[in-house]
Design a protein. Structure first.
Length: 109
């Protein structure tokens, strides 16, 4: 095998562990969107529970930064015209303030 005399071979050094600090990795900015479609007492309770569960779910993940809860109460989901919080959330996403949005029709277990 011919070796070019102008090429210096530097062998790899095996390192144990990772020298990168955890703080060097930026956290994912995560928000949640929740909505209930009616103003009934049962739905209002669900709305409050969703907000609480999403907040806890996001904050307990060490790789995420809490970017807020966006919630429309008693607003129909058939269009976005009157969904002020949904539209505000989209604006913040487009402005680069939110990396990921979580949502669910059933809430978190």
């Amino acid at each position: 095998m011919a070796v070019n005399k102008n090429v210096m071979i530097i062998p790899a050094i095996k390192r144990v562990g990772n020298s990168r600090k955890e703080d060097d990795t930026p956290k994912l900015r995560v928000a949640a969107y929740c909505r209930v479609s009616t103003d009934s007492d049962e739905q209002a309770s669900s709305y409050e529970v969703q907000i609480e569960q999403y907040t806890e779910f996001i904050k307990k993940n060490s790789e995420w930064e809490f970017a807020g809860i966006f919630a429309d109460d008693g607003i129909s989901g058939t269009n976005t015209k009157n969904r002020d919080e949904f539209n505000r959330m989209i604006d913040e996403c487009m402005a680069g303030k939110i990396d990921m949005v979580i949502t669910s029709s059933f809430g978190l277990e």
